[in-house]
Design a protein around this ligand. Structure first.
Ligand SMILES: Cc1cc2nc3c(=O)[nH]c(=O)nc-3n(C[C@H](O)[C@H](O)[C@H](O)COP(=O)(O)OP(=O)(O)OC[C@H]3O[C@@H](n4cnc5c(N)ncnc54)[C@H](O)[C@@H]3O)c2cc1C
Length: 381
């Protein structure tokens, strides 16, 4: 890697660490409580120039690597996983527009998205097809220079809040039953509506809603990439970039849990001794430290392989997302154990970290699908 690239990554990490600690973390608990969308936090990131970070220089971005995205997500994940998830979804939409949209669509959306004046999201999953993205049934029928979109999506992060959506649809199912395409659908499109915000266990301020498409007319110019190859657009952007963001969020959550548990074990005194003097507690702490470092190290290794060889981004994304998300659940669970009854109460942050971590093993590809994908790649299936 070029020295200048490392410099950008370090600069970006230091900047986002400061912003996250000073401007985003202090209100994370409040947003978790009232489910408020992290609009101000997104504005703060835009003001810091962080929303255009991974967009190519050619289109006004900083051309930062996947490694930089992983570091950004890690720092945000430490502070507020909901804000981190909304940011990663936005960046996924930006990357898809950068890599697959026409010049007109790029020019219309990227400057606004990088400046935080428009928010992006991605919408793949549907209630009937669930975790199987290849089985979606939302259709887009071509009618002159428009597609007519009908169907629905569910659990979409930032739905109702975002201005523009990367939507996976089935184009022309009669002629090409397998063909999926990626379309950019604007929030104001007639016939597009949103369900109520889901009352989730964690990631509570990330606004997950259903989306309903009722004869939505979308210009053919909003097709991303080639018709019939929508899953490639999803693979390149949601997985090839977004999974490093998702893994980073989990690593950030895990690091925050380790810090809080160690501090508590040193400060909480029972019968004149801090609980950290007990070997059983030390054992929990040691396991948490090693597992969080292992997750961070695997993320660094996988993302640097993906940066060096983008064709390996999907398999490396699967590996790091699986390990980081499951590690964060185990680590936050141990942190609650160390903090005893306190850790089980809403007043203590580890309880939120556990709930947030749990959602990341379900987000986009579940752990079961990831295990299968990793094994199938090894077996050549
Ligand atoms: C916090 C959060 C944010 C999300 N954000 C977005 C978003 O922005 N955009 C978006 O498109 N989607 C989003 N999703 C949706 C998410 O991708 C789906 O919830 C996920 O893919 C699982 O689908 P499902 O809930 O329908 O579970 P199901 O598909 O019903 O699966 C239930 C269980 O069965 C297992 N299973 C199902 N089929 C198989 C199989 N063939 N092999 C092995 N195991 C299987 C699953 O692994 C899981 O354990 C989000 C979800 C969450 C929780």
């Amino acid at each position: 890697m070029e020295k200048s690239e490392r410099f950008i990554e370090k600069e970006a990490r230091d900047l986002v660490r400061r912003i996250a600690k000073e401007r985003i973390a202090p209100t994370a608990g409040e947003r978790d409580g009232n489910g408020a969308f992290p609009r101000e936090a997104i504005e703060v990131l835009a003001d810091g120039g962080l929303l255009g970070m991974v967009v190519s220089e050619k289109y006004g971005g900083a051309d930062a690597s996947r490694t930089a995205l992983a570091l950004l997500a890690t720092e945000l994940g430490r502070a507020c996983a909901s804000t981190a998830l909304v940011t990663v979804s936005h960046i996924i939409a930006e990357k898809a527009i950068e890599t697959a949209a026409t010049d007109f669509v790029r020019g219309k959306w990227l400057p606004k998205m990088m400046a935080g004046r428009a928010l992006g999201a991605f919408a793949v999953h549907e209630s009937n097809s669930g975790s199987n993205a290849g089985a979606i049934t939302t259709t887009a029928r071509c009618d002159g220079d428009e597609y007519i979109v009908n169907g629905s999506k569910f659990f979409i992060t930032s739905a109702g809040e975002a201005d523009v959506y990367l939507v996976l649809v089935r184009t022309d199912p009669d002629k090409n039953p397998q063909g999926t395409s990626a379309l950019l659908v604007e929030k104001e499109t007639q016939g597009l509506s949103f369900g109520r915000a889901e009352d989730k266990m964690g990631l509570r301020s990330s606004s997950s809603r259903e989306m309903f498409f009722n004869d939505c007319r979308v210009p053919v110019a909003n097709l991303l990439g080639v018709e019939g190859r929508g899953l490639q657009v999803i693979g390149q952007n949601v997985i090839g970039w977004g999974f490093f963001g998702a893994a980073g969020i989990s690593v950030g959550i895990a690091c925050a849990a380790v810090d809080l548990a160690v501090k508590h074990a040193a400060e909480r005194t029972i019968a004149s001794d801090p609980i950290g003097v007990h070997q059983a507690v030390q054992s929990l702490i040691a396991d948490m430290i090693i597992q969080s470092e292992a997750a961070e190290t695997l993320l660094a290794s996988c993302v640097s392989k993906a940066d060096a060889s983008p064709t390996s981004a999907m398999i490396n994304g699967f590996k790091t997302k699986l390990f980081a998300s499951e590690s964060a659940v185990e680590i936050t669970n141990k942190a609650i154990q160390i903090m005893g009854g306190h850790g089980y109460c809403r007043d203590y942050t580890v309880e939120r970290l556990f709930r947030d971590a749990r959602g990341l093993t379900l987000h986009f590809k579940t752990s079961e699908w990831l295990r299968q994908d990793i094994a199938k790649a090894a077996l050549g299936l």
